[in-house]
Design a protein around this ligand. Structure first.
Ligand SMILES: [Zn+2]
Length: 321
């Protein structure tokens, strides 16, 4: 089995509770927290004809083979997996839910076998697709299980949630994250873990951004001497909110260092941050943070990013005396 170590409790919660599995499960937690990996493993276990008492698949039966080749007749996936996790552009249409209904109307290939449907990133359902799903949940077919995954539970209809068992997933604690990075032979990335909300998967997946992060951090380290001509168009490649968010964390770090001499997001920059904190004027720093907060509110709208960023860095330089 291939689930993340910090999801073992979730596995037990799902499979070893004495009550029968409900027809619908909602697995929810932060983006990139490995819910998709868990969901695929759980789906395979549910259809495997030889699964054992803790619902672990056998990996040798025809069901397991079909599952691995993505051709199991009793599995139906709606939506892509983690490829587009966190985006809202790719909605789940009512037509897909209608296909799901047809899927459940067919009898399972195995007598008394389960039919399993997974709706990845279920928050992408609109009202009509949600209502269509609700109709299925109101009269669930015999041995059927629908698994919904989401990073935004609030986007699901309350009536869908009330008909499902909700299972909460979390990011690992620091020790677990450390161990995971160790196994991946990437211990050197541990100082960046808080930048990724403690999520080592997100940290590892973001490797293409490391040079960009290093470049921006290097410029921010200049403090009063920050040179706006160093702003590079590729700073916007992850979207303006991403950039503002990074600058916010940097400003927070300076404030934290100023007030408590501690670090959170950038422990590897400890001495630089301490230098900047020693030069920072608290009022100007707080004013700067407020401006970042204001800007963040409309950073996703079509504004002139370059001009706004220029203004932000004029204020950034003013922090230091
Ligand atoms: Zn099997």
């Amino acid at each position: 089995m291939n689930i993340l170590p910090w999801h073992k409790g979730n596995w037990e919660e799902l499979f070893t509770v004495t009550e029968k599995l409900p027809h619908a499960l909602v697995l929810y937690g932060p983006c990139n927290s490995g819910i998709d990996i868990f969901t695929l493993e759980a789906s395979k276990s549910l259809v495997c004809r030889n699964h054992n008492e803790t619902e672990v698949y056998c990996n040798t039966c025809q069901d397991c083979n079909w599952f691995d080749s993505n051709s199991h007749p009793d599995i139906f996936f709606v939506g892509a997996t983690r490829i587009d996790e966190g985006t809202s552009s790719n909605n789940i249409s009512i037509d897909l839910i209608r296909e799901l209904k047809v899927f459940f109307e067919l009898t399972p290939h195995q007598q008394h076998g389960k039919k399993v449907a997974v709706i990845f990133n279920a928050h992408r359902m609109n009202l009509s697709s949600s209502n269509a799903l609700l109709k299925i949940l109101e009269e669930p077919p015999g041995e059927s299980i629908i698994i919904l995954t989401t990073s935004d539970l609030s986007m699901l209809l309350p009536t869908i949630k009330s008909r499902s068992r909700l299972i909460s997933f979390s990011n690992p604690n620091l020790e677990e994250a450390k161990e995971y990075l160790g196994v991946a032979n990437k211990q050197e990335l541990l100082p960046f873990i808080n930048l990724y909300a403690g999520n080592p998967l997100a940290l590892l997946n973001d490797h293409l951004n490391y040079p960009l992060l290093a470049e921006i951090i290097h410029c921010l380290q200049q403090g009063k001497k920050f040179d706006s001509s160093n702003i590079n168009p590729n700073w916007f490649v992850n979207g303006f909110p991403w950039l503002i968010n990074l600058i916010q964390k940097w400003a927070y770090e300076i404030l934290l260092s100023k007030l408590t001499h501690q670090q959170f997001y950038f422990p590897a920059e400890q001495s630089k941050i301490a230098d900047l904190a020693s030069m920072a004027n608290i009022s100007n720093l707080l004013r700067f943070q407020k401006k970042l907060n204001d800007l963040k509110l409309y950073a996703s709208s079509p504004i002139n990013k370059e001009i706004n960023l220029d203004i932000i860095f004029i204020d950034y330089r003013k922090i230091f005396i």
